[in-house]
Design a protein around this ligand. Sequence first.
Ligand SMILES: [Zn+2]
Length: 221
Amino acid sequence: MGKENITTIEMTFVNAFLVKVKEGFVLIDTGLGMHWERLETELISSGCLPDKLKLVIITHGDFDHTGNCAKLQRKYKCRIAMHNNDSPMVENGLFVKRKVRTLKAKIFILIRMLFRRKFVFDKFKPDIYLIEGQNLNEYGFNATVVHIPGHTKGSIGIITDDGNLFAGDIFINIRKPDIATYIENPGELKNSIDRLKKMNIKTVYPGHGKPFEMEQIARKL
Ligand SMILES: [Zn+2]
């Protein structure tokens, strides 16, 4: 699958990706609830009608990636797939405590606390639980699930057969390619990154910031 089949939907500071697959589309992540119009505009302009949306994949349970899942289930009657380990986050609106690596990220958390009423989260129940090594061919998507805990314990990446990684928040690219700024488990994060380094990955599509080449970050890890 070439890059022309991947549309990055930029929503303020977080990305979703609409991937053209065989006979339809797969959406990876969904932004915040307040991004609904931006998301739906992109679905419509890409020709992704409700019956064309084969699957919605969630890279991890954070509200800035899962904010439109409930609405998509209701309006598009689509199935939401994610790793079971993060399902308490979306079913109960549970926020997982994490270590924060940079001052900027600490300030961001503080701002979010002050404006928390703006981030009303619509809880939902996932339809499908994805596991390590799962093949997504049945959804017309030539890609595999890789379980990469660390940012959260249910974080997953999606690796297409031609080497694109939809990374969630294990990598970010705000100013330059970097590893996660919010970390639930540093040991697990390191193991996950070590595993990814050994895989055949060319381009990384992070949850935040622009896509970059894996070799840009691999030599620093
Ligand atoms: Zn995020």
